[in-house]
Design a protein around this ligand. Structure first.
Ligand SMILES: Cc1ncc(C[n+]2csc(CCOP(=O)(O)OP(=O)(O)O)c2C)c(N)n1
Ligand SMILES: [Mg+2]
Length: 683
């Protein structure tokens, strides 16, 4: 038994039962990850029962610490503590581990199980997203309680993470941890389970660096916790490290904790097999005997032990009540900020927020990235919760909010540094940027965006996918969205990216056709609160004359009639982004040949797919002689809209280094080339 202060025999028994439950749940399911949940049981127990500021009765409590299990495969580590602390999970849920419709799926899923702060499983994502949560926490205190001394505000809390070897091998954790060091995120506390085992065995087959030295070099506070003499987690040293981590508020902390996977199973301990397979009845019985439990019992939890661990509920209520009295005082003293907080919690936009967004007169050429930058600046004036940045391309992506300085710690020597600044410098770290945007969204109160070139959406795709899975209102800005970017050539020109992004379920791919569509797109994105990517042109595009063309309010429908045909439409041209103006020019030529032609602008196919079939049939009638898609990317996906006999004007190969106009002409995106294709097809 541990000699930890205030650690009772009941605590010791609770940990033993937690280890047994991890074995039982995997054994019953027939698959899963028992080893790490066994060895981490005392670690998670100590956190949830004694250190984490949380209220199981109110999993969304604003004042709570966040807990992220970055090694999501060890989901039982979390489920068992949620069961113990009284979040609503019960023994039957543990028995239903990894089965259809259960509250205990293979990996923790955000929005599915109360107390799960994010969906984890892809290694590295958890810790990187937690960095975003820690940044959001600082930004939010800047909105609500900027004058409070460090660590005294009711909005100050910690972001706790447990991560594994795989988490720290993945590149994204390095990207995010490096930035966390620069940002001096003192509210971020990571416990690294250094068990030196992954699926292929000893991690030293691939991972030999000095992780502590690496994190110190990032600017972190690193605490090494060696194992207890027999090899198990040294709970006394770990607890001291946790206490020290709470006191360190100037730097993020990494507690590098030595452990032995599957402790104390006699044969399975310290083996890769225990990472991902059931231990088997004999080994489970032997382990239970070692733990002083009845080897014949499964899913056991004596009433007195359960009553003891459920004490976490009372602890939570009392923590929450203390916070509430501070909160009431704060509300009285800060009525305007309290009103703001109410709006942010409700996820609402203030009345008239979009009154002053820029309008663009026809006859002018504006790059959609430039329009987006102007819309961002206008939104920033009315929404204090709106902040964001770029992966070192702010000038190119037009993502700067220049008025309020750069989000950097007070100690930073950089010009314009402000701990509550609204411009985030992500550095050239697209994957971390995506994860951080998700962390900011998960933290809950603010809205943020991050930009890079569209071609590098590939570098952040796992984060985009997680945003979609979690249904987060993360906003990804991708400029330089086609061969239209010109001379930088094929490595920088997206070709398959629009299709690849549209392939992600629950993700809005938005490619506005002119500057005014950009404004409308931003409005819809902020109102819808769904994961979205905004694709923007580097090159100037004509601003469409709205007195003669389709109404901008129709942008929200995803696709709409931009310019009607002279009669019943024989030809329907459907275009997105920079190809909309090409379609309008082609329409003029076709009409002059007596071919009745309609142009549809389709800034977002996902929004269009949500409209009713009547609207869809009206905009893109299957009765037209010919439906034609025009988009400077692969045709994949367009057949759904143009039908078997339609034509896709597309790009099925990589681009080249030349001017945008040369590339559009050479690759068949000139109005003449399009007309030739269409007239040939009609013959
Ligand atoms: C990005 C990613 N790649 C691969 C996997 C598959 N995978 C799941 S667990 C694991 C090994 C994990 O080892 P470690 O992180 O040390 O966890 P432990 O076995 O110590 O629990 C791998 C490769 C994954 N979940 N995520
Ligand atoms: Mg490991």
């Amino acid at each position: 038994m541990s000699n930890l202060e205030n650690w009772s025999a009941l605590d010791e028994r609770a940990v033993s039962y937690a280890r047994a439950l991890a074995m039982d749940a995997v054994q019953k399911a027939g698959h899963g990850h028992p080893g790490t949940a066994m060895s981490l049981a005392p670690v998670a127990y100590n956190l949830f029962q004694r250190h984490l500021i949380h209220d199981p009765a109110d999993p969304k409590w604003l004042g709570r610490d966040r807990f992220v299990l970055s090694c999501g495969h060890s989901s039982l580590t979390l489920y068992i503590q949620l069961f113990f602390s009284g979040y609503g999970l019960e023994m039957d849920d543990l028995k239903a581990f990894r089965t259809w419709n259960s509250l205990t799926p293979g990996h923790p899923e955000y929005g599915h199980t109360a107390g799960v702060e994010m969906t984890t499983g892809p290694l590295g994502a958890g810790i990187a997203t937690a960095v975003g949560m820690a940044m959001a926490s600082r930004y939010e205190r800047g909105l609500l309680d900027p004058g409070a001394a460090a660590n005294t505000s009711l909005f100050d809390h910690n972001i706790w993470v447990i991560c594994s070897d795989g988490d720290l091998q993945e590149g994204v954790s390095s990207e995010a941890s490096s930035l966390a060091g620069t940002q001096e995120l003192g509210n971020l506390k990571v416990i690294y389970d250094d068990n030196r085992i992954s699926i292929e065995g000893d991690t030293h087959v691939a991972f030999t660096e000095d992780v502590s030295a690496r994190y110190r070099a990032y600017g972190w506070n690193v605490i090494d916790v060696p194992s207890a003499s027999e090899g198990s987690v040294d709970l006394i040293k770990l607890d001291a490290a946790i206490v020290a981590a709470k006191l360190e508020i100037a730097k993020p902390t990494l507690i590098r904790m030595k452990s032995v996977i599957a402790w104390p199973a006699p044969k399975a301990r310290n083996t890769a097999e225990s990472h991902g397979s059931a231990l088997g009845a004999d080994e489970i019985a032997a382990t239970k005997t070692l733990l002083g439990l009845n080897p014949e019992e499964h899913f056991a939890m004596p009433t007195e032990v359960l009553a003891h661990v459920r004490g976490a509920k009372d602890r939570g209520i009392s923590l929450h009540q203390k916070w509430n009295s501070k909160f009431e005082k704060w509300q009285k003293e800060n009525p305007d900020r309290a009103t703001l907080l109410k709006r942010l919690v409700a996820g609402e936009l203030p009345k008239g927020w979009d009154n002053e967004l820029p309008q663009y007169p026809a006859g002018k050429d504006v790059a959609t990235r430039k329009a987006s930058g102007e819309v961002i600046a206008a939104i920033a004036k009315v929404l204090p919760e709106f902040w964001g940045g770029s992966a070192d391309l702010a000038g190119s992506n037009n993502t700067a909010i220049s008025s309020a300085g750069s989000f950097l710690p007070a100690s930073s020597a950089m010009k314009g540094a402000n701990p509550y600044g609204r411009m985030i410098h992500f550095g050239i770290r697209e994957h971390a940027m995506g994860s951080i945007l998700n962390g900011i969204a998960l933290h809950g109160l603010s809205r943020s965006f991050g930009g890079t070139f569209a071609v590098f959406s590939d570098y952040m795709r796992p984060a985009v996918r997680l945003a979609a899975i979690m249904d987060l209102p993360s906003i990804f800005i991708w400029s330089h969205d086609s061969i239209g970017l010109g001379e930088d050539g094929p490595t920088h020109q997206p070709v398959e990216h629009l299709a690849a992004l549209r392939a992600i379920p629950n993700f809005d791919v938005v490619r506005p056709g002119d500057a005014n569509e950009v404004r409308e797109a931003w409005k819809v994105i902020l109102q819808r609160r769904k994961p979205a990517g905004l694709l923007l042109s580097r090159q100037n595009l004509p601003v469409v004359d709205r007195s003669t063309h389709g109404d901008l309010s129709l942008v929200a429908k995803g696709a709409y009639i931009l310019k009607e045909a002279s009669g019943a439409p024989d030809i329907v041209l459907i275009a997105t982004g920079s190809e909309v103006s090409v379609a309008l020019a082609a329409q003029d030529l076709l009409e002059s040949k007596g071919l009745s032609t309609r142009v549809v602008s389709a800034p977002c196919l996902e929004w269009f797919n949500e409209t009713d079939s009547k609207y869809r049939a009206k905009v893109i009638p299957t009765t037209a002689k010919l439906r034609v898609s025009i988009e400077a990317g692969i045709a994949q996906g367009w057949r759904d809209y143009i039908g078997d006999s339609g034509i896709a004007i597309s790009l099925e190969h990589f681009g080249a280094s030349a001017s945008a106009s040369k590339l559009f002409a050479e690759f068949g995106f000139s109005p003449d080339a399009i007309v030739t294709k269409i007239t040939t097809a009609l013959k």
